[in-house]
Ligand binder design. Structure first.
Ligand code: TXE
Length: 491
């Protein structure tokens, strides 16, 4: 492990090289991982240091050492750092949005939008640092004063997926820092670029050394240290169900607090009385925005009989008109799939859907001028809710349609899933919308808007296999990142 003080960047033969950041120092482990553009696999964005388990151990130790200083920093200091970092992220939204589109494959508009959201999240939690209010309660005993206060949890490991390379890190790191925790952050292997920039920005905004540490490496290698160390007090993870369950089991023996955001199989119900244009637009954006690679994607379209054929025909036509191509090219509606492994997974699910009797519209692989992981949006029609494509998360531009008789059946099908992240309904009936809101088994319910696309100042999360632990985002984020202290004081 080679160490140097922070210089901000390096290069090798014109290629940018980014180190891990541990205890405020740049640390290079000796091996580097190329960051590849999924729209053009000959385009290497840069090389990123590959962290070892020893690096992860050093990062945990650095966070542990930095904790007392940051835990007792003034709310003003924490607020100022987050606010300054938010300003820089917002100022650089075009540049960072371009980097995001280049490393993950979202369109430029989606990339810029995600970066702007990350900036707003940082600024929101800067404000929250100043609002960590406690309570004063009258004691049942005379002469006693009872106060209830919130203290930081401690050292937090933050482990993020590739599908939101800057927003998910921001919505975990910002509240962690706001409430006085120190952090070891491990981004997904596929998207170290935005992660590195975010950590660099927060460092230059004034974070003391060791408060935020970055280890870029494989989950299998560094994960056990980040989730199994007795010096780690909390783990916040977003990713697959399998990895989430593994992390929970690894953290449990140390009684480490765990927060998991995992998959979804989100239903969008379309009723006969829906405005067809709105229904199609909501389905298109919800299912295929960000190439369908969102945990909140509308992957099950549950459509009542009276509108089914018109809805399918109109949606298929809009899908055909969508431009799929280089994420950074103007006019692109949908970028590529993130990598070859994910593309193979998407195609495998399409093959299973065909085998089980579904009819696939679209879902074709094709080449553009550059070699990228291109797949046209796919709609699987003629499915029922027991089919694999309706039970398991595909995590790609694949949605299926389940035809149902009426609202009651639609609600039953919508709730018949092991997941419970997001759900939606398109209807002009206030009664149906209100009933659905109360009876949906999801953590987030959308009426006449896509199942994906959320505000940053309100809670985010689901039920059952989708989530574990307290909610993320908004004021609710405080629950995970703080511990409660009750004090009895006799003057
Ligand atoms: O996820 P993982 P991957 C689903 C989606 C996708 C599949 C695999 O179906 O195809 O998961 O994607 C880290 N200890 N979702 O491989 O493995 C890993 O390095 C600690 C849905 O990206 O869950 C990365 O930083 N950490 C999901 C993060 O966990 C470990 C979003 C997520 O990786 C680890 C992403 C370990 N043992 C994928 N193993 C959604 N619904 O939002 C891996 N990691």
């Amino acid at each position: 492990m080679a160490q140097s003080s922070r210089s901000g960047s390096g290069s090798a033969g014109g290629l940018i090289r980014r180190p891990n950041i541990i205890g405020g120092a740049e640390v290079t482990g000796g091996s580097w991982t190329p960051n590849i553009n999924p729209s053009d696999t000959s385009d290497v964005i840069g090389e990123y240091a590959h962290a070892s388990a020893a690096d992860a151990g050093a990062a945990v130790a650095a966070a542990h050492e930095a904790f007392p200083r940051w835990a007792f920093a003034t709310p003003q200091e924490r607020a100022d750092v987050l606010d300054r970092a938010g300003d820089e992220v917002l100022r650089r939204a075009d540049e960072l949005g371009d980097l995001l589109a280049r490393e993950e494959g979202k369109t430029l508009a989606e990339g810029r939008g995600e970066v702007a959201r990350a900036g707003q999240i940082l600024k929101f939690h800067g404000g929250q640092a100043l609002r960590n209010h406690g309570e004063v309660v009258d004691s049942i005993r005379p002469g006693l004063e009872v106060t209830i206060t919130r203290e930081p949890l401690g050292v937090v490991s933050i482990i993020t997926p590739w599908n939101f390379p800057i927003a998910i890190p921001a919505w975990k790191i910002a509240p962690a820092l706001a409430y006085g925790n120190t952090v070891v952050f491990k981004p997904a292997e596929l998207v170290p670029g935005c992660a590195w920039e975010l950590v660099d920005i927060l460092g230059r905004a004034g974070l003391p050394d060791g408060v935020l540490n970055l280890v870029m490496g494989s989950g299998r290698e560094v994960g056990p240290v980040l989730t199994g160390s007795t010096q780690v007090d909390g783990v916040s993870f977003t990713g697959s169900v399998l990895t989430g369950e593994h992390i929970l089991a690894t953290a449990a023996p140390q009684r480490t607090r765990v927060q998991l955001e995992m998959g979804g199989k989100n239903p969008l119900v379309v009723l006969d009385d829906a405005d067809l244009d709105i229904a199609v637009d909501v389905a298109l954006q919800g299912a295929f925005g960000s190439t369908g690679q969102r945990c909140t994607a509308s992957s099950r379209l549950v459509v009542t009989r009276g509108i089914h054929d018109r809805f399918v025909a109109a949606l298929a036509e809009r899908m055909r008109a969508w431009q799929v191509g280089d994420a950074r090219a103007s006019g692109t509606d949908m970028g590529p799939v993130v990598d070859a492994t994910q593309l193979a997974q998407d195609e495998r699910y399409l093959a299973i859907a065909r085998d089980e009797g579904g009819q696939v519209l679209g879902g074709e692989r094709f080449e553009r001028q550059t070699s990228g992981h291109y797949l046209s949006p796919a709609l699987v029609v003629g499915t029922d809710n027991t089919m694999t494509v309706n039970r398991e998360e595909v995590f790609g531009p694949v949605a299926s349609v389940v035809e149902v008789a009426d609202y009651d059946e639609a609600l039953a099908v919508a709730n018949d899933t092991e997941f419970g992240l997001s759900s939606g309904i398109v209807t002009t009936s206030l009664a149906a919308a209100s009933h659905f809101r109360r009876h949906s088994g999801a953590g987030m319910v959308m009426v006449n808007v896509p199942t994906a696309g959320v505000d940053y100042h309100v809670p985010f999360g689901g039920r059952r296999a989708s989530s574990y632990g307290p909610r993320e985002q908004g004021t609710y984020a405080r629950e995970f990142y703080t511990v409660v202290k009750t004090t009895y004081l006799k003057a």
